[in-house]
Design a protein. Structure first.
Length: 81
């Protein structure tokens, strides 16, 4: 197992805390099922399907056009002047 410095751990903690946790319960169930069945993925199909569907659903949700920011509009106005 790798050893990390205190600064590396702080950075990783901040990154993980800021990441989305929308599919975390599904993945925890999948990992728990894998551990229960001695890491045999053929016995954890339902949990894998649930986690996969969660990620696929979030991917489609994020593909919608994002709202333009104020900075974007200010820069466009500045180009026109």
């Amino acid at each position: 197992m790798a050893k990390f410095t205190h600064e590396q751990m702080k950075k990783m903690t901040r990154r993980v805390a800021s990441e989305s946790t929308e599919c975390q319960p599904e993945f925890l169930l999948f990992i728990g099922a894998m551990a229960k069945h001695n890491w045999d993925s053929s016995k954890c199909v339902r949990e894998w399907r649930d986690a996969f569907n969660c990620v696929a659903g979030n991917r489609n949700k994020g593909s919608a056009k994002q709202k333009s920011t104020l900075n974007y509009h200010v820069m466009r106005l500045a180009k026109g002047l």
